[in-house]
Design a protein around this ligand. Structure first.
Ligand code: DGL
Length: 274
């Protein structure tokens, strides 16, 4: 096994590319591999057991490919699989490797992002049902009031390139109104799903002016930079040639066609089976 390797970014499909895009802007010097489990997406409607099983398969594969550090860019995987993998599996697979998620870095910023102390979370049904955001925010900022809204149609709208359509207006308005009905004092909304940044213009259109819409990409990029500074033993294991390689469990042609919506760089992709 190589002593150094790429940083791996995993998602159930394309959405994690919005996070990878921002991570690379913050940390362009490293090598990255991105794995999209496009053949089995979406994860957002799947059970805890299935999301855990699929995510563990992906993480193990990324370790085999030489990564010492895996970022679960998927909120659903971070909500349903991260803790079990960190506590149960990593000590058995290799206690020196690390798997990090996207929920904790977003939660750590919540108090800076809201003035009113009333925060909204939008996410997949799986992320919302897991209550991960509620629990994490309650631990760090017990005074912040959090309301959640599951938006099951938003991922299919983005995946099908319909994020700028009238259909998107209909579903975004419906979910945003439902969130505001739960708490009209919300002044910050966390986009708790990797696909949602593409819907930002529509989300802002239906939120009252001045509400802070929080994208995770930059937050995760900054948090990873900070993590690598605080963990030189891990930083030393990350190779630095500025390369990015993509892997998909679906067809590579389809990946190349769609990935450009989410990621601004060059896309060289290979197929793998998990
Ligand atoms: N990537 C997932 C997330 O961030 C959304 C897509 C899915 O449902 O698989 O929650």
């Amino acid at each position: 096994m190589n002593k150094i390797g790429p940083i791996a970014v995993f998602d159930s499909g394309y959405g994690g590319l919005t996070v990878l895009d921002k991570i690379i802007k913050h940390l362009p010097q490293y090598d990255y591999i991105y794995l999209g489990d496009n053949a089995r997406t979406p994860y957002g409607t799947r059970s805890f057991e299935v999301v855990y099983e699929y995510t563990l398969q992906a993480v193990s594969r990324l370790f085999d490919m030489g990564a010492h550090l895996v970022i679960l860019a998927c909120n659903t995987a971070s909500a349903k699989a991260l803790r079990s993998i960190q506590q149960k599996d990593l000590p058995l697979i290799d206690p020196q490797r690390r798997v990090l998620g996207v929920i904790r870095p977003s939660v750590e910023k919540v108090n800076e992002l809201s003035q009113s102390g009333h925060v909204g979370i939008v996410g997949t049904s799986g992320t919302v049902q897991s209550e991960s955001y509620l629990m994490e925010i309650a631990k760090l900022f017990p005074d912040i009031q959090v309301s959640q809204e599951a938006c099951p149609m938003w991922v299919p709208l983005v995946e099908n390139n319909e994020f700028d359509s009238e259909g998107a207006d209909y579903f975004v308005k419906k979910n945003v109104n439902s969130l505001l009905y739960k708490d009209a004092s919300i002044d910050a909304v966390i986009l708790g799903c990797t696909h949602y940044p593409l819907l930002i213009p529509k989300i802002k259109k239906y939120l009252p002016e001045g509400v802070n819409v929080i994208e995770q990409g930059d937050i995760v990029g900054e948090s990873l930079k900070d993590y690598l500074q605080r963990h030189p033993e891990m930083e030393k294991k990350c190779s630095k040639n500025g390369s990015v390689h993509f892997y998909t469990t679906e067809s590579t042609d389809k990946f190349k066609q769609t990935a450009g919506i989410f990621f601004s760089g060059d896309i060289r992709v290979e197929h793998i089976r998990l």
